[in-house]
Design a protein around this ligand. Structure first.
Ligand SMILES: Cc1cc2nc3c(=O)[nH]c(=O)nc-3n(C[C@H](O)[C@H](O)[C@H](O)COP(=O)(O)OP(=O)(O)OC[C@H]3O[C@@H](n4cnc5c(N)ncnc54)[C@H](O)[C@@H]3O)c2cc1C
Length: 580
């Protein structure tokens, strides 16, 4: 049964899983059957907890965010972050429901861990109301992944166990300290030094880190340079710098917390390493490679989280549009509002489809060591992170407008939604840096070949007469994308960089359209036509130039914006805007 927006006053107080058929579809698509049998029930319960409890806790934390106590009244260094009580409740809900643990160790009633996509689905739900909480969850999973990938579980097995603990009392959270004042994007400019001690693999780290989220995490990973190591990223090694060593505070000094626009529930600050004890992770001078593993994971979480944030903006908008009356009727009755809600729904649906594909590719590479999945992930992860971050900001901003004047007031959810979303294009790499990463993936891994093949595979699935014309239209764009890729590759360093962001957008649009086509075909086989309508609308909006003038938002409002079912036969004769 569809979700009835008019029954609610606000986009909270109900299960976000139940209210979100797009997430449910994607989970079903990318999980194996047995994973889905086990996981869907857990996500349903988690979605309820987020929609009914985390959501209120997060508002309370935002009003009373964590604070740093640097010194006590006697001038002694205290170096502690004080949290409001709701933070522990949210941490407990997230970690004890397996948001990290289930993807790294076999959860109850299973012999194997769940795929990384399961952790990411939790992250999506968390992002409905707290990207800050999502940040600590994601960095804890990311740190565990680095230790798992660097074959370091044996040397750091206690840390791995603590990062993947289900029980809050046994848990250590993760963090990554890369950015220094002289370089965030330019990580190779890092100056923090790691001096070896007499004990093998143990170092003393000295330097300053400029942006450290989850600052007081028990198990941060830190990049630093050993003496005589080369300059740039090739000279960086990775260290586990625990908050405590043998029960004593490590020599980490928290200088101050940043007074941030949003994501206030996760304390972000500046850290001085004053000869802090650090344990080498993996091989020396390969730190940037290991950290890249974590960054890939963080970037997918960012993409999936941006989709969760969009989902919240959508549900708030739809509830408000169903309830609010102006000029004698609910505002969702007005054509322009129908168009707004239809196109926001389509944007979110395409973003979620592409992001879960990126998540699945990352999982395939990490868990199955699949080279093709690696190459796909290399291109699709930066594309997804870049575009979904931008879309999340735009969607939160427009949701604010849909709530009218109230939307601009802090007591309503859209103000924080926008403040929080605004970080998604910045951290884990800005949009420019990610677009350049797409170019790098094409040059180094020929990732574009795998992207084009995957688009072809999706389009080749189309068989139903309602879906084939959409696939044919996307295929035209796919051929143009291939040409553009070659042009960019041949256009010299500056020329290629100049076009990198446009190329990332083009890849995003064609790839997302292809996934939607495949989803439309699968639904059509069961007699359902909704995804076909969504795929058409996405193609009309994103792959065709000029302004769209058709009446889909009026005719198919309930189907698209309210996820109502429609028979495939009923929509077979409807056309794409640009006649075939
Ligand atoms: C809330 C928050 C939390 C954070 N948490 C962490 C954390 O936990 N750990 C951590 O290590 N870092 C963290 N960061 C830092 C973040 O990752 C960096 O701020 C970000 O990567 C950008 O780096 P920068 O600030 O040095 O900006 P710069 O690198 O100086 O970039 C400034 C501008 O220049 C552009 N630019 C740079 N190089 C190029 C280029 N080659 N071509 C075109 N444009 C370019 C960028 O796109 C950007 O618009 C956090 C940041 C924020 C805001």
């Amino acid at each position: 049964m569809e979700f009835d927006y008019s029954e609610h006053d606000e986009g909270r107080g109900f299960s976000y899983w139940e209210a979100d058929p797009v997430l449910r579809d994607e989970v079903e698509r990318v999980y194996d059957e047995d994973e889905h049998d086990w996981g869907a029930e857990r996500l349903a319960e988690f979605g309820r907890l987020v929609g009914e409890e985390v959501v209120d806790n997060s508002d309370a934390i935002d009003d009373n965010p964590p604070e740093l106590r640097t010194y006590d009244k006697h001038g002694e260094v205290v170096n502690e972050v004080d949290y409001p009580p709701e933070q522990e409740e949210n941490d407990r809900i997230a970690f004890e429901n397996g948001a990290v643990a289930d993807s790294f160790r076999a959860p109850p009633e299973r012999d194997e861990p769940m795929p990384l996509t399961h952790s990411l689905a939790h992250y999506y739900l968390i992002a409905y109301c707290d990207i800050g909480l999502g940040c600590s969850v994601s960095m804890t999973g990311g740190a565990a992944l680095v230790l798992e990938q660097a074959d370091e579980k044996d040397r750091h097995d206690d840390t791995f166990d603590a990062l993947t603990a289900r029980d809050l009392e046994d848990l250590e959270q993760g963090a990554m300290f890369l950015t220094e004042i002289q370089g965030g994007s330019d990580v190779g400019a890092n100056e923090t030094i790691a001096e070896p001690t007499d004990e093998e693999g143990v170092y003393e780290l000295t330097g300053e880190k400029w942006f450290c989220s989850n600052i007081d995490a028990g198990a941060p990973l830190v990049l630093a340079r050993r003496p005589d190591a080369p300059e740039g990223t090739d000279g960086l090694s990775l260290f586990h710098v625990p908050r405590e060593v043998d029960g004593e505070d490590n020599d980490l000094y928290y200088r101050r917390l940043k007074d941030k626009l949003g994501t206030k529930s996760v304390p972000t600050g500046e850290v001085e390493l004053r000869g802090a004890t650090g344990y080498l992770v993996g091989e020396p001078e390969r730190g940037f490679k290991y950290m890249t593993e974590m960054l890939n994971y963080e970037r997918v979480t960012n993409a999936v989280g941006s989709c969760g944030s969009m989902a919240r903006a959508l549900v708030e908008s739809k509830v408000h549009a169903a309830d609010r009356e102006a000029f004698g009727s609910a505002i969702e009755e007005f054509p322009l509002m129908k168009k707004d809600l239809v196109d926001m729904t389509v944007t979110h649906e395409a973003a979620t489809a592409l992001s879960f594909d990126a998540a699945d590719a990352l999982n395939g590479y990490v868990r199955d060591e699949d080279d093709e999945a690696y190459r796909l992930m290399r291109a699709i992860v930066p594309v997804a992170k870049y575009r979904t971050g931008e879309d999340a900001v735009e969607m939160a901003s427009y949701a604010m407008e849909i709530l009218g004047g109230n939307g601009y007031v802090e007591e309503f959810p859209t103000a924080r939604l926008l403040r929080d979303a605004q970080v998604t294009p910045i951290w884990e790499g800005t949009s420019n840096i990610l677009s350049l990463d797409v170019l790098r993936s094409m040059q180094k891994e020929a990732a574009h070949e795998v992207v084009l093949n995957r688009i072809d595979d999706y389009l080749d699935e189309a068989e139903h007469p309602a879906v084939v014309p959409v696939a044919d239209r996307v295929r035209e764009e796919r051929d143009e994308l291939e040409e553009t890729m070659h042009d960019v590759a041949a256009s010299g360093m500056d020329g290629a960089q100049l076009r990198a962001k446009d190329l990332a957008d083009f890849i995003y649009d064609v790839y997302a359209a292809a996934v939607l086509v495949a989803e439309a075909q699968r639904e059509a086989e069961e007699g359902e036509g909704r995804k076909t309508v969504v795929a058409r609308r996405f193609v009309d909006n994103h792959l065709d130039e000029g302004r769209i003038t058709d009446e889909t938002p009026l005719e198919r409002f309930d189907v698209i914006a309210k996820y109502e079912s429609v028979g495939i036969d009923e929509v077979t004769d409807e056309k794409l805007q640009r006649a075939d």
